[in-house]
Design a protein around this ligand. Structure first.
Ligand SMILES: [Zn+2]
Ligand SMILES: [Zn+2]
Length: 348
């Protein structure tokens, strides 16, 4: 099979590998779509202590089951499925508490085991048992189904942030994740959605998918503009999807008294950033962070996609054949469009 290996920092190699064989308790999936995630880009650029080379990355996967070991009962050959990313161990404290996305092992598809930038991917037994493998509707395309993983993370953020109808919400960053937040907030009845975004192209995208106002920090003062839009009170909730240290303190200023702030984008390279806790204390803010998503929210995300509760096709702006995976990475890195998806079954 064709596969794209990450062989070192910034080094992707298209290779020919044996089609993988499976154990009795495994599944072989033919990959039909795999999204390029911000975390794939981070691994590509900086490496990751959970990733050894060579590794096939990619965890936003949708595909068709083509082989099943005799000990797997839940699925059939031909099933069309989409996957979550986590591979919970099933036995640690968090797994026992039904929070496999916080598993102490931190195993994920595309990290410790090979992922989706290939024609086929093996689903390990642990993943089938404890991860999330969800069938998709016959009407759902693979290209949209692979959004189930990132969208489950968006749903997890919204749940932790406890957004209510009628609220004003600021969203930093209008990339794929930011736009998913904007679209979902609109659907949930947010009264005013304010996007903060520098790139003109993404400003347009934010407005198209439901933002009421876009602030361009290159041309205006974000704090002043948000205060002007909120009668000087600030926003009920602020979501930070932009991986920028500079906005992490600003987000605390934008939140009104008793407001909430969600930090969604990690900045792994920055570990000593000072946070001013005064706004948290004196405005009695609630601060949450989210990473990944529990299985039930991955199931929920699949429902949203199957039922077209949002226009999910809006988020996939680029598709590439497997041979052009590197181009897909470069496109995502250049912040062109929103989500880049690799479709291994699409010929060059
Ligand atoms: Zn992802
Ligand atoms: Zn665990």
């Amino acid at each position: 099979m064709k596969a794209v290996e990450l062989t070192g920092k910034r080094s992707l190699k298209l290779t020919e590998r044996e089609r993988p064989s499976i154990q009795d308790d495994e599944i072989l999936l033919k990959v039909h779509a795999v999204g390029v995630c911000g975390s794939d880009l981070r691994i590509f650029q900086n490496g990751d202590d959970r990733v050894d080379y060579p590794r096939i990355t990619g965890h936003e996967i949708a595909g068709e089951i083509v082989e099943i070991g005799p000990e797997v009962y839940r699925f059939q050959i031909g099933d069309r499925v989409t996957l979550g990313a986590h591979m919970p161990c099933g036995t640690c404290h968090f797994c026992q508490a039904n929070e496999g996305h916080h598993c102490v092992k931190g195993w994920s598809i595309g990290y410790q085991v090979d992922g989706g930038f290939a024609e086929y991917v093996v689903l390990p037994s642990l993943f089938i048992r404890n991860g999330s493998v969800q069938r998709i509707a016959a009407t759902t395309s693979y290209k949209l189904a692979c959004l189930s993983e990132p969208f489950s993370c968006v749903l997890s953020g919204l749940q932790e942030l406890e957004v209510h109808a009628g609220e004003t919400v600021v969203v930093y960053g209008a990339g794929a994740i930011g736009c998913m937040y904007i679209a979902a907030l609109k659907r949930m009845g947010a009264a005013k959605i304010i996007a903060v975004q520098r790139s003109k192209d993404r400003q347009k995208k934010a407005l198209e998918i439901g933002a009421d106002i876009v602030i361009d920090p290159n041309r205006e003062n974000t704090v002043d503009s948000v205060m002007a839009e909120t009668e000087g009170l600030g926003a009920h909730a602020v979501i930070v999807t932009a991986p920028s240290p500079a906005v992490q303190n600003e987000a605390l200023i934008l939140a009104r008294t008793t407001g909430r702030v969600l930090y969604f984008a990690g900045i792994k390279s920055v570990t000593d950033m000072p946070i001013n806790t005064n706004p948290i204390i004196y405005k009695q803010l609630k601060i949450v962070g989210t990473h990944g998503a529990p299985r039930h929210l991955h199931m929920e995300a699949v429902k949203w996609i199957d039922q077209s509760l949002l226009d999910f096709s809006f988020f996939v702006t680029h598709t590439f054949p497997l041979e052009e995976t590197e181009k897909a990475f470069e496109t995502a890195l250049s912040k062109e469009g929103l989500k880049s998806v690799v479709v291994p079954t699409q010929k060059k």
